[in-house]
Design a protein around this ligand. Structure first.
Ligand SMILES: [Zn+2]
Length: 320
């Protein structure tokens, strides 16, 4: 590589239709950024990932070996130890050894992480919090899920399911969820929830929903209220479960911007007005939005490749 100084890290966020790739420096600043279309199926996902690395390498005048680390964020169930991806339905992947396949193509190690967890790391770095602090990243996209950064590190849980709050049932009489339960939170507060309750051909359906509600459409108002109340419920759930310092909202719906934040804050404040307990938690002050132009999952994927220890740093004292 021609440039002196600390080496850059690569992060790649593989989405259902597009792949965002970044090269970040030691301070987490995005130095290079590019976007590619994502094809369907294992061969396309692998080819897109390799192309992203090669193009970033071209931008710095080097090869894949010139980067300090390479990390991938991808939807689905990810085994971070092996780099295997399961159930990435939107990508047509039903089981792919993404980490080892890329390692054989690129000639070096690649870390793989679930995309919401990667975005959580990216959002945490953007907040500029100290490692002792904690944050929940609430992803409002087609579905609803959270990533937890506790004490500066991702908390994946014993089976990698930590933060899957979209499948907590909130309405026993609600519609059937693809997960087999009824009335899941995701069915009330997500892009798919809006699509089911208020179908539209508008290319920006949630924005159209909010506009229709503002214009007095009764159904749109109901769906908007349900959406916002359940986003607020997700914030309350995350704070009451892990008492994170901040809940940062990202994903496609966060492009609504301040309107969404103001709506959610209004609900949280209403709850606080009728509950001293909730008032003491200061929930309206603890939520924020990921800026829509910040590639949180790609930046976080780069941090996964570098910051996540493979070996536990905690020493176990004495015989067990
Ligand atoms: Zn469900």
């Amino acid at each position: 590589m021609n440039t002196p100084g600390p080496r850059l890290r690569i992060g790649i966020d593989i989405g259902g239709t597009k792949t965002d790739a970044v090269a970040i420096d030691a301070e987490g600043r995005v130095i290079h950024e590019l976007r590619l279309a994502t094809g369907f199926g294992a061969d396309s996902v692998l080819a897109t990932s390799v192309e992203a690395v090669q193009r970033l390498a071209g931008l710095v005048g080097g090869t894949a070996d010139d980067f300090a680390s390479i990390g991938i964020g991808i939807p689905g169930a990810v085994d971070v130890a092996s780099g295997r991806v399961e159930h990435a339905v939107n990508l047509g992947l039903s089981g792919l050894d993404l980490g080892s396949e890329l390692e054989s193509r690129l000639g070096r190690a690649v870390r793989v992480e679930n995309d919401v967890n990667a975005a959580a790391l990216g959002a945490f770095s953007l907040l500029g919090r100290t490692p002792s602090q904690s944050m929940a990243y609430l992803n409002l996209g087609t579905g609803l899920a959270a990533g937890l950064v506790l004490g500066g590190r991702l908390w994946r849980g014993s089976r990698g399911v930590a933060g899957e709050i979209g499948h907590i049932p909130v309405d026993p009489a609600g519609p059937l969820c693809p997960c087999g339960q009824r009335g899941c939170l995701e069915l009330m507060a997500s892009g798919s929830a809006v699509a089911r309750q208020w179908p539209t051909d508008d290319p920006k359906p949630v924005r159209a929903l909010f506009a229709a509600a503002d214009a007095g459409d009764t159904l749109a108002r109901e769906v908007r209220v349900r959406l916002v109340e359940n986003v607020a419920a997700a914030v309350r759930l995350l704070v009451l479960t892990v008492d994170v310092d901040d809940v940062v909202i990202g994903g496609g719906l966060s492009s609504l911007g301040d309107v969404l934040l103001a709506d959610v804050r209004t609900v949280l404040q209403r709850w606080a007005d009728s509950s001293e307990f909730l008032a003491s938690l200061q929930l309206p002050d603890r939520i924020a939005l990921v800026p829509s132009d910040f590639p949180a999952a790609a930046v976080g994927a780069a941090l996964v490749g570098d910051a996540e220890p493979v070996i536990a740093t905690v020493e176990i004292a004495g015989p067990v």
